[in-house]
Design a protein around this ligand. Structure first.
Ligand code: TXA
Ligand code: MG
Length: 341
């Protein structure tokens, strides 16, 4: 138990987290400031096109350990290494399959993470002891500038407490990590809104471990045959793929077209996609009234957060989207948000 003071507010905090300390969190678009903090081994939340990441020097194992502490993330869940230049991939990975190279050439910078055998220089703390490393070149001008001015890559998981909804605005990050990290680099709202698609390789065969902002159709167009292996277990290949993830604190239930919504009270909210006639008392959150998948993905996590913090909402219902395009990644997140293990 410790006693902390912030301004006039003094509280007792019950914690068994020995590193717990208070810092003032600034939200700023200053690359200089972000650079300074990162060079000191501190954490900075960074914008990407997918979601905000919680970044540290990927080559400094102590800085990387701080990420796990701040997120309360289990150490078995490896981090993605972010680079500012396509050619840097060979500094951190080796034995790059032709299909991996094709995907990177086509979709970087963008919402694609490739899993490749790691170079010695990547600390075990980043990869959770695995012999492979996840690497991605994000598509956000501020973060690309930052990466290109640093002489190290950035390890960054999504900037949310483990298991909770990923942040797509600086305010989302602030709501949960304020006083735990010194800075949030303000790059506005994330354009894509769901995390990167994670692709590993069995020989030349691309294997999708996490559905994300790059669609399966796009990957097929470049590589032809691919395998999709996103179904999780208690010992998943991509440990972030635990069944329950991205979860709001309130109950979320997936419903089908024949579900009788007329019983739902005005304390319920429904997440829908495309044209929808509301014949109930429930509040409707339409991911995209025009059935645009990109718009739906960019709204998903913001909507879940709004619903989770709106006190008038007691339970959340959601319709799944058609299983094409970004509908696959959105459905994956909705299913995991709904999962009660
Ligand atoms: O869009 C994104 O990917 C965002 C932004 C910040 O880049 N990052 C992100 O990181 O979603 P995170 O930590 O929330 O999810 C990364 C997942 C891990 O949970 C793990 O499943 C997988 O990437 N991963 C990382 N390295 C891996 C490896 N060597 N083998 C298998 N899976 C790996
Ligand atoms: Mg995450």
């Amino acid at each position: 138990m410790i006693l902390i003071s912030v301004g006039n507010d003094t509280r007792l905090i019950f914690t068994d987290i020995p590193y717990f300390r208070i810092v003032e969190t600034i939200i700023s678009s200053s690359i200089e400031q972000a650079k300074m903090l990162l060079k000191q081994g501190q954490l900075v939340a960074i914008p990407t096109e997918t979601v905000y990441g919680l970044a540290a020097n990927a080559l400094d194992k102590n800085a990387v350990i701080e990420i796990f502490n701040a997120k309360q993330r289990p150490s078995f869940d490896p981090l993605i290494v972010h680079i500012g230049n396509k050619s840097d991939v060979s500094l951190y990975a080796r034995q790059i399959p032709t299909n991996a190279q094709k995907l990177m050439d086509t979709f970087w910078p963008g919402p694609l993470t490739v899993i490749l055998p790691k170079q010695e220089i990547v600390p075990d703390e980043v990869t959770s002891g695995l012999e492979t490393v996840g690497i991605r070149m994000p598509n956000h001008s501020l973060t690309l500038q930052l990466l290109n001015q640093l002489d190290f890559p950035l390890a960054a998981p999504s900037a949310n407490p483990f298991g909770y909804i990923s942040p797509t605005t600086p305010q989302h990050v602030f709501a949960q990590l304020q006083n735990k990290i010194p800075m949030i680099l303000d790059g506005g709202s994330c354009e894509v809104g769901v995390e990167s698609t994670i692709v590993g390789f069995e020989g030349e065969l691309p294997v999708v471990y996490r559905l994300g902002g790059l669609t399966i159709e796009d990957i097929r167009n470049v590589c032809g045959d691919i395998k999709v292996e996103v179904n999780s277990s208690s010992d998943p290949k991509a440990p972030g793929m635990l069944n329950s993830h991205y979860a709001p604190l309130k109950p979320l239930k997936i419903i089908a077209d024949d579900f009788n919504l007329s019983d739902s009270t005005n304390q319920a909210a429904i997440i829908v996609f495309g044209q929808f006639e509301n014949s109930t008392n429930a509040q409707v959150y339409n991911l995209s009234p025009t059935a645009n998948y990109k718009e739906a993905a960019s709204n998903l996590f913001s909507f879940l957060r709004m619903l989770d913090t709106d006190e008038s909402v007691k339970e959340i219902f959601a319709f799944l989207l058609p299983s094409i395009n970004l509908g696959l990644a959105i459905n994956d997140r909705l299913n995991r948000a709904a999962f009660k293990g």
